[in-house]
Design a protein around this ligand. Structure first.
Ligand SMILES: [Zn+2]
Length: 175
């Protein structure tokens, strides 16, 4: 998701755009079409506060039946961007700002890395195509039944009759 800083006026403004997740696309589940992002921006000189609401359709694999299905993933996030000479890109975790850009060198800022973190959090660890998914479908022909009378490999242990059954046998023969 790329914002053109020149297009962002001082004060409050709103935006709506479609993006393809650019630099982080390859590290996320496949995206169907584009991701819709909208929100509002408050700009106070060099400080830019961006509120983003995003939604996109992703292809996930059901953890029960292993079939692919489309899942809508959406959420929102706040990103702070600062125009600072000589700085560009994602800030380190201990800084108060999320992204830097240098308006003297670059007019675009790529916020895809922030979206990536949010989408990863929203993506279910155990995706389910539907709550009632019964899991992998087993067809009748896949089931091998040990029919009675079929030749069975017998071991000496199996031939031995449990002594407890012997007692029952005696009882039965006495009646
Ligand atoms: Zn499923």
């Amino acid at each position: 998701m790329i914002l053109k800083m020149r297009d962002i006026p001082e004060g409050h403004s709103e935006f709506s755009l479609e993006c393809d997740l650019g630099s982080v696309k390859g590290d996320l589940p496949p995206l169907c079409g584009t991701m819709h992002c909208e929100g509002d921006i408050n700009r106070l000189g060099a400080d830019i506060f961006v509120h983003i609401c995003y939604r996109g359709m992703f292809v996930l694999q059901c953890s029960r039946c292993l079939e692919d299905y489309n899942a809508l993933i959406s959420g929102e996030l706040e990103v702070t961007v600062k125009d600072a000479p000589g700085r560009d890109g994602k800030a380190s975790d201990d800084e108060l700002v999320d992204f830097y850009f240098d308006s003297a060198l670059n007019d675009e800022i790529d916020l895809s890395a922030a979206l990536f973190d949010e989408i990863m959090i929203e993506t279910p660890i155990m995706p389910l195509c539907r709550e009632s998914c019964k899991g992998v479908e087993i067809k009748d022909k896949d089931i091998i039944v040990d029919f009675d009378g079929a030749p069975k490999r017998s071991t000496p242990e199996e031939k031995e009759i449990d002594p407890r059954w012997e007692a029952l046998k005696k009882l039965k023969s006495n009646t």
